[in-house]
Design a protein around this ligand. Structure first.
Ligand SMILES: *[C@@H]1O[C@H](CO)[C@@H](O)[C@H](O)[C@H]1NC(C)=O
Ligand SMILES: *[C@@H]1O[C@H](CO)[C@@H](O)[C@H](O)[C@H]1NC(C)=O
Length: 375
């Protein structure tokens, strides 16, 4: 059942963020500098209009303190959700438009992905940029710290690259080109029905185990990667159900295992997937054969160290090159899929008063809340 939260915005809502506190508030950002704060039952707690009127592209709560960060234009404003007035502080992060924010688990550092392709890491105590990670050759659309892995984050961009970074080394440990790995997965045959759009990456999410990475892309696919031993990219496969670009892909952090993934796209579809079959069966460092590494490598993908001996060399079209039988057909499809009725701008999984929900923002000024209870 869907319900709507309205009255907080007069124009399109572009992003939604949820506080890590059980019972804590949610925030939404919209076009024209609008920010709204909501209770878990959808009561509007306050609004603020940011000076400058730039679109609010991302809203992220600190996991440890009562602070909300919102990106708009080239700046990040710091807001106090207990008294939502003007910004307490404005961080000048760079000179390019910011597309995405991610805070690390202790809330000590924030990463901002921007239009120049850079990820800037800001130490929040001082408000200073401590690292600028430059490797993307086009807009960096999204960035995510890896849970349980300090000093490590993943970024994705319109250059079709997904990068795993070490903050200590300030360089990528690996780079995966989504176009190359998709061609490999397809067995170099042009499959019919494949979208002609290149896999420009719009969104990246890391599951709570820290190793499962999902990336929504313009080719309509949701690309799945695993960080394996030695931080190598272990595995690539992709999920297909969207017929247009996938703007949003977010792992859910509040269900019994970490491999539930919600996606939303320009085709107005919202899908919920259980990707355990691709990522390993149980939480943490799954050693399951379902996560067996691929053996065919090309280009700059590092070879995986130890492929199981019983794993046959496989040049076929199946994305999941495992030695046992991966789930086939409908088991690989979404567990839930519905039409939201409008292009999805943002998708936010949240536990609202104990009820698992998906919040969807679109071209309209309201937020739609879908309950997942009964899943
Ligand atoms: C968060 O960042 C701070 C500052 O770099 C670091 O000391 C801390 O270990 C990080 N914590 C996590 C969980 O990433
Ligand atoms: C999805 O919509 C956005 C915003 O209208 C646009 O920038 C993007 O190119 C679209 N992608 C696809 C695949 O239609």
């Amino acid at each position: 059942m869907a319900r709507q939260w309205s009255g907080g915005h007069s124009v399109a809502v572009l992003c939604v963020g949820v506080s890590g506190d059980p019972g804590g508030p949610l925030a939404s950002g919209g076009e024209g500098g609008e920010v709204a704060l909501w209770s878990q039952d959808g009561v509007l707690l306050g609004t603020v209009q940011l000076h400058g009127g730039e679109d609010v592209t991302c809203a992220a709560f600190s996991p440890v303190s009562n602070v909300l960060y919102v990106s708009h234009g080239e700046a990040v404003s710091v807001l106090d959700p207990r008294s939502l007035k003007g910004p307490i502080e404005k961080l000048s992060v760079g000179t390019d438009e910011i597309n995405w924010l991610s805070l690390n688990e202790t809330g000590a550092v924030m990463a901002a992905a921007d239009d120049s392709g850079a990820v800037r890491v800001v130490e929040l105590a001082s408000g200073k940029v401590t690292r600028t990670l430059r490797r993307h050759a086009n807009i960096c659309s999204s960035v995510a710290f890896r849970p349980q892995r300090p000093h490590s984050l993943v970024s994705a961009g319109l250059d079709m690259q997904v990068m795993l970074w070490s903050l200590q080394k300030a360089r990528p440990l690996w780079t995966v080109n989504l176009q190359e790995v998709t061609e490999e997965e397809e067995g170099d045959t042009q499959t019919s029905g494949q979208l002609l759009n290149p896999p420009l990456a719009h969104c990246v999410s890391v599951a709570t185990c820290g190793n499962a990475v999902a990336c929504g892309a313009e080719d309509g696919r949701v690309h799945l990667l695993r960080v394996g031993a030695g931080s190598r990219p272990e595995h690539h496969t992709s999920l297909q159900t969207h017929s247009q670009g996938v703007a949003q892909a977010h792992f859910l952090s509040f269900l019994p295992h970490p491999y539930w993934l919600a996606t939303g796209g320009n085709d107005s579809q919202v899908a919920l997937w259980d990707v355990s079959w691709a990522m390993g069966s149980t939480g943490g460092e799954a050693k399951g054969r379902a996560a067996a590494p691929r053996r065919k490598h090309r280009g700059k993908h590092p070879a995986t160290p130890k492929a199981p001996a019983d794993q046959p060399e496989h040049e076929g079209a199946s994305g999941v090159e495992t030695g046992h039988n991966p789930p086939q057909g409908k088991d690989m499809g979404p567990r839930l899929r519905f039409s939201h009725g409008d292009k999805v701008n943002w998708l936010c999984p949240a536990l609202l008063k104990g009820e698992p929900c998906l919040l969807v923002a679109d071209q309209g000024s309201a937020i739609t809340v879908y309950s997942l209870s009964g899943l």
